[in-house]
Design a protein around this ligand. Structure first.
Ligand code: NAP
Ligand code: GLV
Length: 307
C-alpha cells in the first residue's frame, strides 16, 4: 500500500494517485489503515515519528526536490529507499524566478523604483544581456536547466557544482577553487544548491566579499546556504545591490527579522518552484512501475552526500 501525507491539496494528490495507479492500494493521512500493509509512502513534511508506524516501509517518495529535512529525521530507517522529485515541473519555475531577479538587476528596476519615490525622470545606461554575468550555484536538475535557459537568452552564464559538469553555452566550474574563480566574475548570483553539511554557509562573510561591488544575489536553494548576518552586513554597507530571497534560515521568516524592512531585500515566502501535482504523481508512478520491474529508479537520494 502507498500511504500519502501532504497538507497541500491532499484530495487532489489522492485523486491523481488513484487515477494513475488503478491497481495500487492508496490511502491518505489521517485515514486509519493496517500499518503493516504500508510499503511505500509519498510525503512532504509529515510530523515527527510519522514513518515509524509502518514496520514494512521500504520506499519514501519525497514530494519535493530538497531532502534536507527528511535526512534530519530519526524515524526513517537506513534501509528505506528515498526518492525525490527531479524537475517535475519545478525547473521551468526556477528559470522564471531567476530571470525575474536577473531582469530586476539588468533593467535596473531597483534604481528606477528609488527614482520614482523622488519623482526623478532619469534614464540610466542600457545594459545588454550579453554583458550580464550570471553565476549559478548548483547545476543539478533545477540549476542545470536555469543555466541552459539563461545562456540561450544570451546571458553570460557560469555555474558551479560539486563534480565536473558540461552544459552547452555554460562555463562550468566545480570544487572550492571553482567557487573562488566564479564569484568575482559574477554580476547576479543565483543559488539553487541543496542544504547539506558541505553547503552550509557556502556564502559567508569571506565568500560574499568575493562578489563584485554592485552584484545582486538570488537565493532559491535553502536558507542554510547563506550566513544571514554576513549578508545583512554586506547589504547594510551597500556592497551588494540587492538580494532576492525565497528561503531563510528560519521559515516562516520571523516578523522581527531585519530582512523584512531592508531597502535592498526582496522577500518571497518559499515559492520559487512549487511541486506540480500532476508531474509529481507521474514521477512517483513511473518509479513504482520501474521498481516493480526491477529497472533503475529516477531521483534516488544519496544519503551520504545529503542530496
Ligand atoms: P540536484 O539535482 O541534486 O542538484 C544539486 C546541485 O548542487 C548539483 O549540481 C550538485 O553538484 C550541487 N552541489 C551539491 N553539493 C555541492 C557542493 N558541496 N559543492 C558544490 N555543488 C554542490 O538538486 P535540484 O533538484 O536541482 O534541487 C536543488 C535544491 O533546490 C533542492 O535541494 C532544494 O533545496 C532547492 N529547491 C528550492 C525550491 C524553492 O521553492 N525555493 C524548490 C525546489 C527545490 P553535482 O552536480 O556535482 O552533484
Ligand atoms: C522545495 O523547496 C523543494 O525542495 O521541493
Amino acid at each position: 500500500m502507498l500511504y500519502l501525507y501532504t497538507l497541500d491539496q491532499p484530495e487532489r494528490y489522492l485523486h491523481l494517485l488513484r487515477q494513475t495507479l488503478p491497481d495500487e492500494a492508496v490511502a491518505c493521512w489521517p485515514q486509519e489503515v493496517d500499518a503493516a500493509a504500508v510499503t511505500h509512502a509519498a510525503a512532504w513534511a509529515p510530523p515527527a515519528g510519522f514513518f515509524a508506524r509502518f514496520p514494512n516501509l521500504h520506499t519514501v517518495f519525497v514530494m519535493g526536490a530538497g531532502v534536507d529535512k527528511l535526512l534530519q529525521r530519526t524515524d526513517v530507517p537506513d534501509n528505506v529507499t528515498l526518492i525525490r522529485l527531479t524537475d517535475a515541473g519545478m525547473a521551468q519555475q526556477m528559470t522564471e524566478y531567476c530571470l525575474y531577479g536577473v531582469l530586476h538587476y539588468q533593467r535596473q528596476m531597483d534604481r528606477y523604483a528609488r527614482q520614482q519615490q523622488e519623482r526623478l525622470w532619469n534614464p540610466l545606461d542600457t545594459r545588454l544581456a550579453r554583458d550580464v554575468r550570471v553565476g549559478i550555484l548548483g547545476l543539478g536538475e533545477l540549476g542545470g536547466k536555469v543555466a541552459l535557459d539563461l545562456a540561450r537568452l544570451g546571458y553570460r552564464v557560469a555555474g558551479w557544482s560539486r563534480r565536473p559538469r558540461q552544459l552547452e553555452g555554460v562555463r562550468c566550474l566545480h570544487g572550492e577553487a571553482g567557487l573562488r574563480e566564479l564569484l568575482p566574475q559574477t554580476d547576479v548570483l543565483f543559488c539553487v544548491l541543496p542544504s547539506t553539511p558541505e553547503t552550509r554557509h557556502v556564502l559567508d562573510a569571506e565568500t560574499l566579499a568575493l562578489l563584485p561591488a554592485d552584484a545582486a544575489l538570488i537565493n532559491a536553494g535553502r536558507g542554510s546556504l547563506i550566513d544571514e548576518a554576513a549578508l545583512l552586513a554586506r547589504l547594510d554597507a551597500g556592497a551588494l545591490r540587492f538580494a532576492l530571497l525565497d528561503v531563510f534560515a528560519e521559515e516562516p521568516l520571523p516578523p522581527t527579522h531585519p530582512f523584512w524592512n531592508h531597502p535592498r531585500v526582496i522577500i518571497t515566502p518559499h515559492v520559487a518552484a512549487d511541486t506540480v501535482p500532476e508531474d509529481a504523481v507521474q514521477q512517483i508512478a513511473a518509479n513504482l512501475h520501474a521498481q516493480a520491474a526491477g529497472l533503475p529508479l529516477n531521483g534516488v537520494v544519496d544519503r551520504d552526500c545529503g542530496y
